[in-house]
Design a protein around this ligand. Structure first.
Ligand SMILES: C[S@@+](CC[C@H](N)C(=O)[O-])C[C@H]1O[C@@H](n2cnc3c(N)ncnc32)[C@H](O)[C@@H]1O
Length: 267
């Protein structure tokens, strides 16, 4: 079904109100195709009827699905692997004295980044407490992260020594899946939150991964997100951004350790 300019504008505005992301006008066809199945499922005869449904109290579950459909969730285990190696070697030489070590996968999608971090932390600090939290605006992503069931075809991204130690192949109807061992999962938690208006995430993180999400926001919103993130990072803590997301106007409290990897320093 074709989407009119007005319908696109209405849906785009609603999406921006909830996520902070504005989709360019050239995305109208993509929006129409990503929402086509939702029009059918919600029995909405047009995009404007679908829009009106999203504004009603009964439409709030559908609103979550709408957000999920229009956000990009691509992720995989040990994405940009050099950053995980950097973290591993950094902590081998700079062991934090305090406990627990706390890491945050901000915009965690379905959890692969958070569990990759968990494997690194467990390897480094297996005899000390550590914790990873993952947050995402998408309810569906957070549910998938909590469920921690991944297609076996994706396990190859995990370094072999971690695959052997932390991954368990499913059986029966889960034979095509794998999951992570319970001791690893137990030290990871996931929750919904919006990077522009964080309500559940506390402070004092040693490591924050904020990768492949800033690119979706305009400059003022990127800055607002970075402010929210940096104030939650401990002095001496590390911030990792995606490879295409290097900071142009880096605040003085951040020292560059490597492209897209920063350490918070006391001023
Ligand atoms: C491309 S994924 C990145 C996943 C992971 N960080 C990685 O690099 O592999 C982007 C994620 O950002 C989430 N997202 C988009 N806008 C957000 C917002 N305002 N607050 C929190 N998460 C958001 C999306 O739901 C999506 O799961």
């Amino acid at each position: 079904m074709a989407i009119s300019a007005l319908e696109f504008q209405q849906l785009n505005r609603l999406f921006e109100q909830h996520t902070g992301i504005s989709l360019g006008k050239n995305k109208a066809d993509i929006v129409a195709s990503r929402l086509a199945s939702r029009l059918r499922a919600s029995r909405s005869p047009s995009f404007s009827k679908y829009y009106r449904l999203l504004l009603t109290p009964e439409g709030q579950d559908e609103l979550q699905i709408f957000i999920d459909k229009l956000t990009t969730h691509e992720t995989y285990f040990f994405r940009e692997q050099a950053q995980f190696e950097f973290l591993y070697h950094y902590y081998q030489h700079n062991r934090p004295r305090h406990s627990p070590i706390r890491a945050w996968s901000a915009a965690c999608s379905s959890g692969e980044e958070a569990y990759s971090l968990a494997m690194i932390l467990d390897d480094l600090f297996y005899n000390r407490p550590w914790h990873v939290i993952g947050t995402d605006i998408s309810e569906m992503s957070v549910l998938m992260a909590k469920d921690a069931r991944y297609a076996i075809s994706t396990v190859g991204k995990i370094p072999k020594r971690y695959r052997i130690r932390y991954c368990m192949k499913g059986t029966g109807k889960n034979a095509d899946n794998f999951t992570l061992i319970p001791t690893l999962k137990k030290q990871c938690s996931f929750q919904e939150d919006n990077l522009l208006n964080l309500t559940t995430v506390d402070f004092s993180f040693d490591v924050i991964f904020l990768r492949n999400v800033l690119i979706y926001f305009d400059k003022p919103k990127q800055q607002a997100i970075l402010n929210n993130i940096i104030k939650r990072l401990n002095h001496g803590g590390l911030l990792f951004l995606g490879h295409s997301e290097a900071m142009r106007d880096k605040p003085a409290c951040l020292q560059t350790l490597s492209p897209c990897i920063y350490k918070k320093v006391a001023l």
